[in-house]
Design a protein around this ligand. Structure first.
Ligand code: G1P
Ligand code: ZN
Length: 547
């Protein structure tokens, strides 16, 4: 350590509630600003990962409020904890998938990604810290639990007394004995995309008059989408809307769904609408796909991508297998079956896909929550999904709607919807789950109208690679016709509890593929509310969000 940067050991004590959830430690900005809050958690990462000494760490975030301040603190702590080198995204910016790509390309020890994903930002919004391991993916449960246990025992943290870093100047800087390389946030990622997809074919598509809108929602994908879509692929200027990342996302909720991406939805409706629309979330890992006046559910999008992946050069040799999270619809399973691929069913959250990909068992995977990805990184990847769609559209030269209708004719349609009850008192949400758990043993064989329960359980997953077991992952009620109701509690919220109901019904008959989803699912939705005693226990007449 140089004389100008003495390392200090600051005394601290454990702070409650620092257990990482579905996707890192996510709390309000106000909580993160409390003295020692960020420092305790970061020190706990270093304490749980002693091998990091002398190694390379990747660092960046989605640009939300507190991003740059947190980065300066983390850099001084990394230097004081003996990290050798940090690869830092310029301006403190790295999307989650780009961070994953950088970790893999530069064979880093791991990475710290600062994001609360699609949660609102700004002074009154949320902040988050995620730790990713050397494969580029989220830390597995044994690592997050080790970090959590360090937060329970912490007595001091290490930090340089002073020293700041210029986050804007590309190239190397020193902080204590540590080197910081400020890297272009987009380059490595864009090169990876160019290898996977047929960029000339997509360029041709755009030059033949094809029009698109991409809504970056004032979040991290703005610079990535501008550089790739408008720069490398020649899409018209203005294709990317809300392209400038803002600390409060322009006051919006950077979640790409029909409710929050309403500007995009409006742009894609009407007779003169563009051919293709897409949006991404705060940290760039989610995506929503829409056609002209036509919405594609994330579960259907995954199924279409699996069915058509071979049209893109990166997947032309075929897929190893596919995976979906348990609550995601079974549309992808049907494609996998037809293609002779194994389809793995994992608990919610991206971390479970990593092992399958590292073992070469899976190439494509996805979740109903607007997440799709492949083994090119170990995170879901919003822009990747958009580019694969573009590659497919460039080859097939059909509209999004034509592609979906043809897909349903071939494989049948899985009508699907998710109903969220947000901001519930924890006791009410836990009450629903406990009540259902108690009923599980008696449900099998029960008849409810035209539905008969084939199986009801609390989903447990045995990882086929390392045999680790994750239990209590959601209540599944599966009917003999393949329909399903799933109940689970969110692991990413910061206020109260969120109960999620997932409802799915399979329809093979093409004459019934044009119906309203909520109407088709009405009986199952009613049954779900009744079985979970949702109204009585939550006091809510209706869900807060329907997707
Ligand atoms: C939610 C989604 C889940 C996703 C996660 C992180 O988690 O449901 O699929 O992986 O966000 O983006 P939940 O709040 O349901 O625990
Ligand atoms: Zn996200």
């Amino acid at each position: 350590m140089t004389a100008h940067h003495p390392a200090l050991q600051i005394e601290t004590r454990p702070i409650d509630g620092q257990r990482p959830g579905t996707s890192g430690l996510r709390k309000t900005v106000t909580q993160f600003r409390q003295p020692g809050y960020l420092e305790n958690f970061i020190q706990s990462i270093f304490d749980a990962m002693p091998g990091i000494t002398g190694q390379t760490l990747v660092l960046g975030g989605d640009g939300r409020t507190f991003n740059r301040e947190a980065i300066q603190v983390i850099l001084r702590m990394a230097a004081a904890n003996g990290v050798g080198r940090v690869l830092l995204g310029q301006h403190g910016i790295l999307s989650t998938p780009a961070a994953s790509a950088v970790i893999r390309k530069h064979q880093a020890f791991g990475g710290i990604i600062l994001s609360a994903s699609h949660n609102p930002g700004g002074e009154d919004g949320d902040f988050g810290v995620k730790f990713n391991i050397a494969n580029g993916g989220p830390a597995p449960e044994k690592v997050t639990e080790a970090i959590f246990s360090k937060t329970r025992q912490i007595t001091r943290y290490n930090i340089l007394a002073e020293g700041g870093v210029d986050l804007h100047r590309l190239g190397a800087q020193a902080l204590g004995d540590m080197t910081i390389d400020v890297i272009d946030s987009v380059d490595d990622y864009a090169q990876l995309m160019r290898r996977l997809f047929d960029f000339p074919a997509i360029r041709n598509l755009f030059s033949s008059g094809f029009r698109m809108r991409f809504d970056a929602m004032h979040a991290v994908t703005g610079p990535y989408a501008k550089a790739i879509l408008e720069g490398m692929l020649g899409a018209a200027e203005g294709t990317v809307m809300n392209a400038i990342p803002l600390p409060d996302f322009g006051g919006g909720h950077p979640d790409p769904n029909l409710v929050h991406a309403h500007e995009l939805v409006a742009a894609l409706s009407g007779a003169d609408a563009p051919d293709f629309g897409a949006a991404s979330d705060g940290d760039g890992d989610r995506n929503m796909i829409i056609g002209q006046n036509f919405y594609v559910t994330p579960s259907d999008s995954l199924a279409v991508l699996v069915a058509n992946a071979r049209l893109a050069p990166g997947y032309a040799h075929g897929l190893a297998g596919v995976a979906r999270s348990m609550p995601t619809s079974q549309a992808a399973d049907r494609v996998a079956l037809a293609l002779g691929l194994t389809c793995y069913e994992t608990p919610t959250g991206w971390k479970f896909f990593g092992n399958l990909m590292d073992a070469g068992l899976v190439s494509l995977c996805g979740e109903e929550s607007f997440g799709t990805g492949s083994d090119h990184v170990r995170e879901k990847d919003g822009l990747w999904a958009v580019l694969l769609w573009l590659n497919i559209l460039a080859e097939r030269r059909q509209s999004v709607e034509q592609i979906l209708r043809e897909h349903w004719r071939t494989y049948g349609r899985n009508y699907y919807s998710r109903h969220d009850y947000e901001g519930l008192p924890s006791e009410a949400a836990d009450g629903v789950m406990e009540h259902l758990r108690a009923r599980l043993p008696d449900l099998t064989g029960c008849h409810f109208g035209r539905f008969t329960v084939e199986r009801a359980d609390d989903f447990a997953y045995v990882d086929p690679v390392d045999d680790s077991v994750s239990s209590g992952q959601g209540i599944r009620i599966i009917f003999t016709d393949g329909s399903r109701i799933v109940f689970r509690l969110s692991g990413t919220g910061t206020v109260g509890a969120t109960l999620r109901l997932y409802i799915e019904q399979f329809e093979p008959d093409p004459t019934r593929h044009d119906l309203d989803t909520q109407i088709v699912l009405a009986d199952l939705i009613g049954l779900a509310e009744q079985l979970g005693e949702v109204k009585q226990r939550t006091g809510r007449a209706a869900p807060t969000v329907i997707t």
